[in-house]
Design a binder for this molecule. Structure first.
Ligand code: MG
Length: 402
């Protein structure tokens, strides 16, 4: 017989953490598992989902096939989970819940990152638009087809709450209990607050790394960003003889350590001051309790502003954005014109949608299909249906640099 060492769920957690015993539960009640906790099961379901595997072929800034060294949505999600778990452990929060939220937070992302999301949002304008956070929730609530008893992954309320980072008021109304905080301006649980900030920390810092590697950013430009400059200089003073690659990595490493340490210290102090009775008391507060100190928030924001201006709007990124937009729009229009150009199960959903709510229902099914595509699947679909293949290569220059 297998002997199982049972760890009491919640051991070592603070009163304000997400205690499983206080969970609002799953939409379809299920018996508990012999030796896995509820949030552990959520995480496991996410890892085994189709949408999770697709994250490896989806990217944020760089198109997936342009280089093997860049972050993909999958490695980004793992970095977010790593950062958030570290902080969760220091703050005595629920590490398993935070991990589940982080691994699922980008499941609803379209191909080609923000360009794809904006293009699909524009296509869906007449029918309520497209929001990637809401789409991540649709993936786990409805689109994954794996279980005999229910559609979706049937995750706990707390994981779903964490996935839904932002939501328009109109869409929030349709979500009932889960959407209420966007209308009444409450807060999500601490694990959700932490996952949200870990996401920001991960992408700001790894976009510096990827941007430098791709030759889209230079150290000289970044010298104007305090958070980068301080650590770059610190690393150079400590290790005057190391190469450029190590300099970049040591700097990014020090930047992440800096902001995560600040986040832990500041949040710990805020929690001790506020001392909420439990997770429900956290939700009733007007402001989040997890956050940076004011100086670090400012330094981190300055980095974000820099990346917005210099990396995401770099002319080479913009060129790629334009082509990615054209691909998404062409695919959407093609499937709206002929739903049978989609695989059978998607075509059926679109026809059912058309029958139930007209064009809105059909459009939603088409958007679900397009959003689920990986970068390369979208490109091959475009080549097949439109007969053209866009030049989405944004070649890395790293290999040519010393
Ligand atoms: Mg993210």
């Amino acid at each position: 017989m297998v002997s199982v060492h049972l760890v009491h769920p919640g051991e070592g957690m603070a009163p304000w953490a997400a205690w499983e015993t206080l969970s609002r539960g799953r939409q379809h009640p299920e018996p508990s598992h012999a030796y896995r906790g509820e949030y552990q099961r959520d995480r496991d379901r996410i890892i085994h989902s189709t949408a999770f595997r697709r994250l490896v072929y989806k990217t944020q800034v760089f198109v997936n096939h342009e280089g093997d060294h860049y972050r993909t949505r999958l490695t980004h999600s793992l970095e977010v989970a790593q950062i958030a778990r570290t902080a969760a452990r220091c703050l005595h929060l629920n590490e398993e819940l935070v991990e589940a939220i982080c691994l699922a937070h980008d499941l609803g992302h379209t191909p080609f990152g923000h360009a794809g999301q904006e293009a699909l949002n524009a296509c869906m304008k007449p029918w309520g638009g497209f929001e990637h956070n809401l789409q991540s929730l649709r993936v786990v609530d409805d689109l994954e087809e794996r279980y005999a008893q229910f559609r979706g992954l049937n995750l706990t309320y707390e994981t779903r709450e964490g996935i839904l980072k932002h939501c328009s008021k109109r869409n929030a109304k349709a979500l009932g209990e889960l959407g209420r905080r966007f209308i009444e301006r409450g807060q999500p649980g601490l694990e959700a607050q932490l996952a949200n900030l870990a996401d920001e920390i991960a992408y700001n810092n790894h976009d510096v790394d990827d941007g430098l590697r791709a030759g889209l950013l230079t150290e000289d430009e970044l010298a104007g960003v305090e958070l980068f400059a301080d650590h770059w200089n610190g690393v150079r003073d400590a290790h005057p003889r190391i190469g450029r690659r190590e300099m970049i990595h040591e700097t990014v490493r020090a930047m992440i350590n800096d902001v995560v340490t600040d986040l832990v210290d500041h949040s710990r102090a805020a929690l001790e001051r506020a001392h909420p009775a439990d997770a429900e008391a956290v939700r009733r507060r007007a402001r989040p309790l997890i956050g940076f100190s004011r100086p670090t928030a400012k330094r981190h924001r300055a980095l974000k502003t820099f990346l917005n201006k210099r990396l995401y709007r770099h002319e080479r990124v913009m060129e790629m954005t334009e082509q990615a937009t054209a691909v998404v729009v062409a695919l959407f229009e093609c499937f709206m014109g002929d739903v049978r150009a989609m695989p059978k199960s998607h075509a059926e959903r679109a026809l059912e949608g058309q029958e139930a709510t007209g064009d809105a229902g059909q459009a939603r099914a088409v958007a679900d299909y397009v959003a689920g595509m990986t970068d390369r699947y979208a490109l091959s679909g475009y080549a097949r249906l439109v007969g053209a293949s866009p030049d989405l290569e944004m070649r890395a220059t790293d290999e040519r640099r010393p």
